[in-house]
Design a protein around this ligand. Structure first.
Ligand code: DX5
Ligand code: ZN
Length: 219
């Protein structure tokens, strides 16, 4: 069963409470929170205060995607804000293994993300330690970009490694350009958490949008 995580990056930022409540009522499983610092990626979004405000309007797990430098400085703050999953970028962590364990020690699910230009091997040494790998299917920074098909083989490779180390519960998440057509491709490759920004919040019928993605993925 796939998890569908609408990204609030494409929601109305002035009405986030209503937007996440509607996503929950429309069948979302997680709420994806995109945190950008203007350094790691060329855009700035939100921080722990807005994350906590969002948390007050939904009972769904918050899936916090940190696209920031020095993420270790902010993990405790996002945990306190109500995150259930915290994902850091491998490219942003000199001491990736330490950061992953910092997240786990707070009792949260720990994820590691890789950009399109980063090889799958960047997560290999922490695969045993993480609950989730996020394979970026666009270059992070903005919603509404085109899916990069070459990322499919990275998903397959990571799923294969997870099998080799018997990490059956490993979640593989994809983020960027996910809609009906791409959902089936990523699910077939082995992804089981699908982030969708534009394809959910860009539509007026959120329940229909989530259903279409879920049906495409579950095949
Ligand atoms: C991209 C963000 C994504 C983004 C996806 O930098 O990490 O979560 O919101 O948006 P769509 O689904 O519109 O490509
Ligand atoms: Zn994201």
């Amino acid at each position: 069963m796939v998890i569908i995580a609408p990204s609030i990056l494409s929601a109305d930022f002035a009405a986030l409470g209503a937007e996440v409540a509607e996503a929950e009522a429309s069948g979302a499983d997680w709420i994806h929170v995109d945190v950008m610092d203007g350094h790691f990626v060329p855009n700035i979004t939100l921080g722990p205060a807005i994350t906590a405000a969002v948390k007050a309007h939904t009972s769904l797990p918050l899936d916090v995607h940190l696209m920031i430098e020095n993420p270790e400085r902010y993990i405790a703050d996002f945990a306190a804000a109500g995150a259930s999953v915290i994902t850091v970028h491998a490219e942003a962590c000199v001491h990736l293994h330490r950061v992953v364990h910092q997240i786990k020690e707070l009792g949260l699910m720990a994820g590691v993300a890789i950009n399109p230009g980063t090889p799958a091997a960047a997560v290999r040494e922490v695969l045993e330690d993480v609950d989730l790998v996020l394979v970026m299917t666009v270059n992070p920074g903005f919603g509404g970009q085109a899916f990069i098909p070459r990322m499919l083989r990275k998903i397959t490779q990571i799923r294969e490694w997870a099998g080799e180390i018997n990490h059956k519960g490993l979640r593989i998440e994809v983020d960027g350009g996910i809609a009906e057509a791409t959902a089936s491709l990523v699910a077939e490759a082995g992804a089981d958490v699908l982030v969708a920004g534009n394809a959910v919040f860009g539509r007026s019928d959120r329940a229909g949008a989530i259903r279409v993605i879920r049906e495409a993925a579950d095949g």
